[in-house]
Design a protein around this ligand. Structure first.
Ligand SMILES: NC(=O)c1ccc[n+]([C@@H]2O[C@H](COP(=O)([O-])OP(=O)(O)OC[C@H]3O[C@@H](n4cnc5c(N)ncnc54)[C@H](O)[C@@H]3O)[C@@H](O)[C@H]2O)c1
Length: 257
């Protein structure tokens, strides 16, 4: 897929950029000419994304090892963007984990806390570092990865669903807080997308489960990472200049049923 938007001279940070949706979106921004700072826990994955950026695009990439549950790591990630490149124009707060499948009353407190810490508090930690830089620079665009499970529930996913509903709410508040500061804050809500996360959950490895999962989407298929990268780069582009506080469903019709 080719992406239309021009991000020349822009500095972009992508968390969870070492795999799946984050990797493809980091490459998409670089194809538009951006300098992309890729943050991830996974060093090999993050470095591979930067290699792809160097080989396939005119943009530049830098990898920073980051755990979004660590305040200092997140601070270092944003500092790298501002010192190595110039300021911060776009942030894609995307790092996330699926976690366990448990009934609401059965999930352990340790699993609950970890999922909320990565998926929800991790996004807030990023916003806390990104917004002051964007305020100083005169604006920017932020996209947070929520999920269809930020809009509806799914049995057996209490912490994941709560974390993604939290991301949707946090996105709206950050958008309202900075609506007159030229900082737009939006969320993308993917349906089921073919990535490592679905593989880890067993979905793409079990033929019956795969068919059931496809059937949940009126388009009768899973989405692919290019389809999310296309939506995220559009939300980050000037074409979306009047869009803020939006949760954009990219879900093959899942939420329209
Ligand atoms: N794949 C789907 O079906 C789907 C659907 C809806 C939403 N999402 C969301 O999309 C985002 C990306 O997921 P994906 O499908 O590309 O999965 P993925 O597993 O391919 O990628 C997730 C990346 O996040 C990184 N990561 C995990 N915990 C981290 C942490 N604490 N600090 C820094 N990096 C961390 C991982 O190392 C990995 O590189 C997640 O927020 C996920 O919840 C995925």
């Amino acid at each position: 897929m080719s992406y239309d938007s021009d991000f020349s001279e822009k500095t972009v940070v992508v968390t969870g950029g070492g795999s799946g949706i984050g990797r493809e979106t980091a490459v998409a921004f670089a194809e538009g000419g951006a300098n992309v700072v890729v943050g991830d826990l996974d060093v090999a994955g993050g470095e591979e994304t930067v290699e792809t950026i160097t080989e396939r695009t005119d943009g530049h990439g830098t990898f920073v090892e980051v755990n979004v549950t660590d305040d200092d790591d997140v601070e270092r990630l944003i500092e790298t963007a501002t010192t190595q490149y110039d300021g911060l124009d776009v942030a894609f707060n995307n790092a996330g984990i699926g976690g366990t499948f448990d009934a609401t009353e059965e999930i352990s407190e340790a699993d609950w806390s970890q999922i909320i810490d990565v998926n929800l508090t991790g996004v807030w930690r990023c916003l806390r570092e990104e917004i002051p830089v964007m305020l100083e620079d005169g604006g920017g665009a932020i996209i947070n990865t929520a999920s269809i499970l930020g809009r509806v529930g799914e049995a057996g996913t209490p912490a994941y669903t709560a974390s993604k509903h939290g991301v949707v709410g946090l996105t709206k508040v950050a958008a309202l807080d900075h609506a007159t500061d030229d900082i737009r804050v939006n969320a993308v809500c993917p349906g089921y997308i073919e990535t490592q996360m679905l593989d880890d959950a067993g979905v793409t490895r079990d033929e019956d489960l795969l068919e059931q999962t496809k059937a949940l989407h009126p388009m009768k298929r899973l989405g692919n990472v290019e389809e999310i990268a296309g939506a995220v780069t559009w939300l980050a582009s000037d074409a979306a200049s009047f869009v803020t506080g939006e949760t954009l469903d990219v879900d093959g019709g899942y939420l329209s049923r």
